[in-house]
Write a protein that binds this ligand. Structure first.
Ligand SMILES: [Zn+2]
Ligand SMILES: [Zn+2]
Length: 121
């Protein structure tokens, strides 16, 4: 999201705020953009990826509206524990993490399963 009262003709890094943690951007960490200025920080994307992709969990049942793509979704999603109107669907998590993983400007990698040697129970 954009900071309320930001000058649209002269946007500063701190005018860009992660929808999921409300952390203002200072240029020192990656952000992924969704529709209509929705943003998710690399840190939040890491949490979302772990929860939805690795742990195969979901915060809400199908029929929620994703904050990033603004579509009504049927896949799994992650809801920000701090701001419950901030939701990201599995598709947006995959797209965002693939994009960020490849981005040479940032040292961000898709999280990996913590105990890959253990069988999934
Ligand atoms: Zn964040
Ligand atoms: Zn989405």
């Amino acid at each position: 999201m954009q900071r309320e009262g930001a000058d649209l003709n002269n946007m500063q890094p701190e005018d860009f705020i992660c929808d999921f943690s409300r952390r203002a951007w200072d240029g020192s960490f990656p952000m992924v953009e969704g529709h209509r200025g929705a943003l998710i920080s690399g840190d939040c994307l890491t949490i979302a990826y772990r929860f939805v992709v690795l742990e195969e969990q979901t915060s809400l049942e199908p029929g929620y509206t994703c904050t990033m793509c603004l579509e009504r979704r049927k896949d799994r999603c992650w809801q920000s524990p701090a701001y419950e109107d901030a939701l990201i669907c599995l598709r947006c998590i995959r797209q965002g993490s693939t994009k960020l993983d490849k981005d040479p400007d940032w040292d961000w990698e898709k999280p990996k399963a913590e105990n890959p040697a253990k069988p999934v129970t």
